[in-house]
Design a protein around this ligand. Structure first.
Ligand code: UD1
Length: 411
């Protein structure tokens, strides 16, 4: 891509990746046809569709509508060759245990953003009566009937909260998840289950209470919009000193990122379902700390790093959720930024302009950030392994082109 170019115009958002993947897994618990509207057209959704098919469900896509039919007999095994491609496959564990009383899921390995254990998922499920064993790289769980209980999470893990919520929906008795994650995607999952007949209260707060029901009935559900995609374009507007209106979103879901952009000098106009972000001057330096929702999302940390790399002054960015998320800093420094990492802090000394360089994408979010870097940098930037970005962003390049970016994809 050729920079620098300000991003200007209006852009619409897709359904949330992190909601879609969990709703697809949850559909395994509903014997019948579930319809998910606004499913993003991204490769992670395709991968989850492969996992569901492998487990015996039927999955059809028509535009952004997915139909999942889990009325037939399901299998219990999610194999290595699929789980290794996408960690979120672990979210089938709760639904399989709920539906079949057994599950065999390949242990997810580490990935480019660090080691990501599943101990909190397993501890919570054990409390609900599951007996786990692990062998040959697989974790196997068996349970007669899941039993409601109290689970206090050591950390508000998104994935663990979701697996426990799914397991609890048809368990015997009441489950209370304390120190639960509060991400909007968890509220979306609860709303889906409620429409299927589940009894859940407190989703979106630190205490979720689930009263088990005997069965679930099929529903049609519209997935919430992708707040990380929205945040990416909001930060892109500010970083490129542009003016972008982002439509089809829930502005409250990105309130903290918007506040931080305002602190850095952006003018932000919020309305019911859209937000406009304008930046006319060089961004100001700010300090930033990532935290579980409603804190600043770790998934938007790389994009903020790109903006702050060009700010007037020095910023300190602290990563509290995934310790290895700073790996892409070496790539960004190849584009002329001055960033020094010490443990989970990054000290960013802003430069006037980034300069183009060939860079390599390590993961979805860092990939989007490096593309934003290329849009802001002087000269022609080549981004390698950009396929990672398609895992999480629908039509990323097309949307950027429509906002004026000079960008092309070469096979
Ligand atoms: C989800 C999102 C991801 C986002 C993250 C944090 C999906 C598909 N992915 O990932 O985009 O960056 O939330 O907002 O929704 N941990 C443990 N033990 C566990 C589980 C987690 O130690 O059993 C640790 C992880 O290593 C990490 C932290 O908890 O340091 C947060 O992980 P978690 O909230 O579970 O993230 P994911 O659900 O994997």
């Amino acid at each position: 891509m050729h920079g620098p170019r300000p991003l200007e115009g209006t852009v619409g958002m897709a359904g949330a990746k992190n909601s879609a993947l969990k709703l697809m897994a949850a559909s395994l618990m509903v014997p019948g046809e579930v319809v998910l509207e606004r499913a993003p057209q991204i490769t992670d959704v395709d991968l989850m569709a492969d996992v569901l098919r492998r487990l015996g469900a039927g999955v059809e896509r028509d535009g952004d509508v997915l139909t999942i039919d889990s009325s037939g007999e399901l299998l219990e095994e999610a194999p290595y060759e699929l789980v290794r491609k996408m960690r979120a496959s672990i979210q089938v564990l709760g639904p399989l245990l709920a539906r079949l009383g057994r599950a065999r899921v390949s242990m997810p390995g580490g990935d480019a953003i660090g080691s990501r254990p599943i101990d909190l998922h397993l501890d919570g499920l054990e409390r609900m009566g599951v007996k786990f064993s692990s062998q040959h790289g697989y974790v196997e769980g068996v349970v007669d009937r899941l039993k409601g209980t109290r689970v206090l999470l050591e950390f508000p893990s998104v994935g663990a909260t979701e697996n426990l919520l799914m397991a609890a929906v048809t368990a015997e008795g009441t489950t209370v998840i304390e120190n639960a994650a509060r991400e909007p995607e968890i509220q979306d999952l609860a709303a889906f289950f409620q429409a299927c007949g589940a009894r859940i209260s407190g989703a979106g707060t630190p205490t979720i209470e689930i009263e088990g029901v005997d069965g679930l009935s099929p529903t049609r559900h519209r997935i919430i919009s992708d707040r990380i995609e929205a945040g990416t374009f909001a930060i892109g507007a500010a970083a490129s000193r542009g003016d972008v209106t982002i439509e089809g979103i829930e502005p409250l879901h990105i309130e903290l990122p918007l506040q931080k952009l305002e602190e850095a000098g952006a003018e932000v106009t919020r309305s019911d379902s859209s937000v406009r972000v304008r930046m006319s001057a060089r961004p100001r330096s700010i300090d930033l700390v990532t935290l579980p929702y409603p804190g600043f999302p770790t998934d938007l940390q790389p994009m903020m790093m790109v903006m702050l790399a060009q700010a007037g002054g020095s910023s300190i960015l602290t990563e509290n959720v995934f310790e290895s998320r700073f790996l892409f800093v070496d790539e960004l420094n190849r584009m002329g930024s001055h960033i020094r990492v010490e443990g989970h802090h990054a000290v960013i000394r802003g430069v006037e302009r980034l300069s183009s360089a060939p860079v390599q994408v390590p993961d979805i979010r860092a990939g989007a950030a490096l593309v934003l870097g290329g849009i802001c940098a002087e000269g022609v930037t080549e981004v390698y392994d950009s396929g990672h970005i398609d895992r999480g962003y629908e039509d990323f390049v097309e949307k950027l082109q429509a906002l004026g970016a000079d960008i092309e994809v070469r096979a």
